[in-house]
Design a protein around this ligand. Structure first.
Ligand SMILES: NC(=O)c1ccc[n+]([C@@H]2O[C@H](COP(=O)([O-])OP(=O)(O)OC[C@H]3O[C@@H](n4cnc5c(N)ncnc54)[C@H](OP(=O)(O)O)[C@@H]3O)[C@@H](O)[C@H]2O)c1
Length: 289
C-alpha cells in the first residue's frame, strides 16, 4: 500500500488497544477495493479523550472506531449521534463528515447481520439473550425491533430488568429481564428459537466455561456466541455437538467492521476478505478453534 498526500486516515481509539484485530481487517478491505485509505491504532488515555477527538477533527481523520473505555464518554464530544446509538448510550464508530463528527454503534447491527447472513432470521422469533453489558445492550436494542419476544438474563439481575423495561416501553413487545440462574436459563431455553451469549463467559483463558449446560441444548436451536477468543467456545462446541446451528463471534466482529467500513467509504464491504484477515490475525496470535 502506498501512502500518498491524499490518503484518508481511519483508526481505532481505546486503552488498551494494541491487540486490536481491526487494523488487519480494515487495511485488507481497503487494499481489496484499491481505496486510498489507511487504518491505524491510537492509544488514547481516559483523560486525553477530548483532545484526541478535537485533534481528529483538525487532522481531518475520516473515521474512528471507539473501544473501551471510551464508548460512552466520547458521545459528549460529537456533533451528532445516530438515534439507536444514543439510546444504547455507546458509540463504536465515528464518521468525520466534512468536519461534523457523527457517532454510530455498529455492534448491534453487526450481530444481527451475522445471524441474518448465516441464514437466521429474527423476525417472529423468540430470542434469549445472556448478558446486559455493552454488547448485550446493543444486541438487545437492535434485536428488539425484529423479534416477537425477547428475554434478557444477566448476572446483575437489575441491569437485565432495567434494560427490558426501557425496550418494552419503546417497542411494546413481550420483553422481560431476569436473573442468569441455571433454573431460569433451563426454563427459558425450552421455548427459545435463538440463544445469544453476550457475556464474556467462555473467553480465553477460561475456555472451558459455559453458562449453558449442554443437556439444555436442542438441534432446532440457533446459537450465537459473541466471544471470539477462542473462535469456537465451549458453548459453540456443545451446540454443534447436538446439531444446533451455530454462529461464531468472529462473524459479529466481521459484520460490525463491515458496517463501519461502509459508513466511512460508501463502498460495500468485502466481507470475505475481512473475515480472512481476522482469522489470519487470530491464528498469528495463537487463537484457534
Ligand atoms: N464478536 C464481537 O464483535 C464482539 C463485540 C463486542 C464484545 N464482544 C465480546 O463480548 C463479551 C462481552 O463484552 P462487553 O463489551 O459487553 O463487556 P461488558 O460491558 O463488560 O459486559 C460483560 C457482560 O458479561 C457478564 N459477565 C461477566 N462475567 C460473568 C460471569 N462470570 N458470569 C455471568 N456473567 C458474566 C456481565 O454481567 P454483569 O452485568 O453482571 O457484570 C455483563 O453482562 C466479551 O467477551 C467481548 O470480547 C464481542
Amino acid at each position: 500500500m502506498e501512502i500518498s498526500g491524499k490518503t484518508r486516515v481511519c483508526g481505532i481509539i481505546g486503552d488498551p488497544v494494541e491487540h486490536s484485530l481491526s487494523p488487519a481487517m480494515h487495511n485488507a478491505a481497503f487494499q481489496e477495493l484499491n481505496l486510498d485509505f489507511v487504518y491505524v491504532v491510537f492509544r488514547v488515555r481516559k483523560d486525553e479523550l477530548r483532545e484526541a477527538i478535537v485533534g481528529a477533527k483538525s487532522l481531518a481523520i475520516r473515521g474512528l472506531n471507539v473501544t473501551m473505555p471510551h464508548k460512552n464518554a466520547v458521545m459528549k464530544y460529537l456533533d451528532e449521534i445516530e438515534s439507536t446509538a444514543r439510546a444504547i448510550g455507546a458509540v463504536n464508530t465515528i464518521l468525520n463528515d466534512k468536519g461534523r463528527l457523527i457517532g454510530y454503534d455498529t455492534d448491534g447491527i453487526g450481530a444481527l447481520k451475522a445471524l441474518e447472513e448465516n441464514g437466521i432470521s429474527l423476525n417472529g422469533k423468540k430470542l434469549l439473550l445472556l448478558g446486559a453489558g455493552g454488547a448485550g445492550k446493543a444486541i438487545a436494542f437492535h434485536g428488539a425491533q425484529e423479534v416477537e419476544e425477547l428475554k434478557i438474563l444477566n448476572r446483575t439481575t437489575q441491569k437485565a430488568k432495567d434494560l427490558a423495561e426501557v425496550l418494552r416501553k419503546k417497542f411494546g413487545k413481550k420483553i422481560d429481564g431476569n436473573s442468569l440462574s441455571a433454573k431460569t436459563m433451563k426454563k427459558e431455553l425450552e421455548d427459545t428459537d435463538i440463544l445469544v451469549n453476550a457475556t464474556s463467559v467462555g473467553m480465553h483463558p477460561k475456555d472451558d466455561q459455559s453458562l449453558v449446560d449442554a443437556s439444555w441444548l436442542r438441534p432446532d436451536l440457533c446459537v450465537m456466541d459473541i466471544v471470539y477468543n477462542p473462535i469456537e467456545t465451549k458453548l459453540a462446541k456443545d451446540a454443534k455437538s447436538v446439531g444446533a446451528k451455530v454462529v461464531s463471534g468472529v462473524e459479529m466482529l466481521v459484520y460490525q467492521g463491515a458496517a463501519s467500513f461502509e459508513i466511512w467509504t460508501d463502498h460495500p464491504a468485502p466481507v470475505k476478505v475481512m473475515r480472512q484477515a481476522i482469522l489470519r490475525k487470530l491464528s498469528e496470535l495463537g487463537v484457534h478453534h
